[in-house]
Design a protein around this ligand. Structure first.
Ligand code: 5AD
Ligand code: SF4
Length: 440
């Protein structure tokens, strides 16, 4: 088979990054290998995100620039996948005449057929939902992909319908993957040299709730911890309302479970949390955080926060700021609210001006920056265990992450990759830590 070349562009979340890997595996079966520039490619795949309008607009911008690429290479195939593809489907083909094909979030396994047809000149769109776990089995396994860290999809979709969120509409209903398939993938990854797995899903704490696998997320973590070769386990994303006691217990007695949790709060105001349909109050959220800190005093917590949700007053916003301080987040990913099609919040009255919202975002980011600084400075002068993931950009250094998910760079060599090292932290850099290995 002639080697053909594909350039995959990925936007959005970790789920899309993971899907892009699956897309590449599917394309290998029809003779494509990955290249890093459009100029070298026979085909471009744009894996899109529609969680906020800005991300969606960017996709249209990228697709416009493809017109220029087509002038240079008139045979270039252009495919769009991901959440915008799911949302727009057929309409995208009509809007963008130079587009070759569109595939939705549940149709990755159809790519070999779609691409084969596109190669013979057919324009097509496949966006049907498959709302059961069978589609997980259609993916080629990841045994061949190595690396030190990997994400392993354990569930997809979301049934929570937070009032601002488009995800349930573009990723479909919550489906958990079979426990045995997950454990097989983790074992294969460990054999290929992977040392850290991140169990991935839109809402991992409700793993197994649907599907009748007779297991739940806490038991899955305990099973994954038994896989030899795996040194660390992480997971994302968790929903605070499903943060069960058995899951908290895992932090007490599963040593491989890292001391970090991404637990998006979205707002510190009960009134806004109710309008968001989040299913918990501020004090319920804080109760989970306090329990976590008791069990794992060194745990670092990160969050997502939305600023300027419809009706958010200055007082509501100040409650988000006070909650950030109370938790002492090591990082927050903050966003100005963006109305999304089909969602409930899109029809709520929203009187706060754009400039007021961006002002709030700036204040939130400034606060986070000082919180991050404080969290990071705690490590200076002490030894931090790091799983070495690769060679740093700076010559002579390697990088990895601490259990709490802080990036650490230190002088080291290629043979350290995959090992645990214990550098002493000598400097708190803005977004990372600088360490030094002490000679024994
Ligand atoms: N506007 C702004 N931010 C949003 N998010 C989800 N939907 C929206 C929206 N409509 C944010 C949430 C979520 C993260 C992935 O994106 O904070 O946790
Ligand atoms: Fe969206 Fe809420 Fe589901 Fe997260 S839990 S994907 S924010 S609907």
């Amino acid at each position: 088979m002639k080697q053909k070349k594909v350039h995959i562009m990925t936007f959005g979340c970790q789920m899309n990054v993971s899907d892009s890997e699956k897309i590449l595996l599917m394309l290998h079966t029809v003779g494509y290998e990955s290249v890093s520039t459009v100029a070298d490619a026979d085909m471009v795949i744009v894996n899109t995100c529609s969680v906020r309008a800005k991300a969606e607009d960017r996709v249209y911008g990228i697709l416009l620039t493809m017109k220029g690429e087509l002038k240079k290479n008139p045979d270039l195939l252009i495919g769009v996948g991901g959440c915008v593809a799911q949302q727009e489907g057929e309409k995208l083909l009509k809007k963008i005449p130079h587009l070759s094909f569109v595939f939705g979030t549940h149709n990755l396994h159809l790519l070999p057929q779609i691409v084969t047809q596109a190669e013979s000149g057919k324009r097509l769109s496949e966006t049907a939902f498959i709302d059961d776990s069978s589609r997980f089995d259609l993916f080629p396994d990841h045994g061949g992909i190595s690396g030190i860290t990997r994400t392993v999809t354990i569930m997809q979709g979301c049934d929570n319908y937070c009032s601002y969120c488009i995800v349930p509409y573009v990723r479909g209903r919550e489906v958990s993957r079979k426990r045995s398939d997950i454990l097989n993938e983790v074992a294969k990854a460990a054999d290929a040299g992977v040392r850290e797995v991140t169990l991935l899903g839109q809402n991992v704490n409700s793993y197994g709730r649907k599907g009748g696998y007779g297991t739940d997320f806490s038991r899955l973590i305990r099973d994954v911890a038994k896989v030899s070769g795996i040194k660390r386990i992480r997971f994302m994303t968790s929903h605070p309302k499903d943060m069960s006691d058995p899951l908290l217990d895992c932090f007490a007695d599963v040593e491989k479970l890292c001391s970090h949790i991404h637990l998006p709060v979205q707002s510190g105001s009960d009134r806004i949390l109710a309008l968001m349909n989040r299913g918990y109050t501020r004090s319920e959220y804080m109760n989970r955080i306090e329990r976590l800190k008791l069990i794992r005093p060194d745990i670092l917590v990160t969050s997502d926060i939305i600023v300027g949700f419809p009706g958010e007053t200055e007082d509501d916003f100040s409650q988000s700021l006070s909650l950030m301080k109370e938790v002492g987040y090591s990082d927050t990913y903050s966003f100005v609210y963006s109305p999304r099609p089909e969602t409930k919040a899109a029809s709520l009255p929203d009187e706060t001006s754009k400039s007021e919202k961006s002002e709030r975002l700036k204040r939130l980011m400034a606060l986070q920056s000082s919180l991050t600084k404080g969290v990071q400075s705690r490590f200076v002068g002490s030894g931090v265990e790091v799983l070495v993931e690769g060679i740093s950009k700076k010559e002579g250094q390697v990088f990895g992450r601490s259990s709490g998910n802080r990036t650490v760079n230190f002088a080291g060599s290629i043979d350290m990759i995959g090992s645990m090292q214990l550098p002493e932290i000598i400097k708190n850099l803005q977004n990372s830590l600088l360490g030094e290995l002490k000679v024994k």
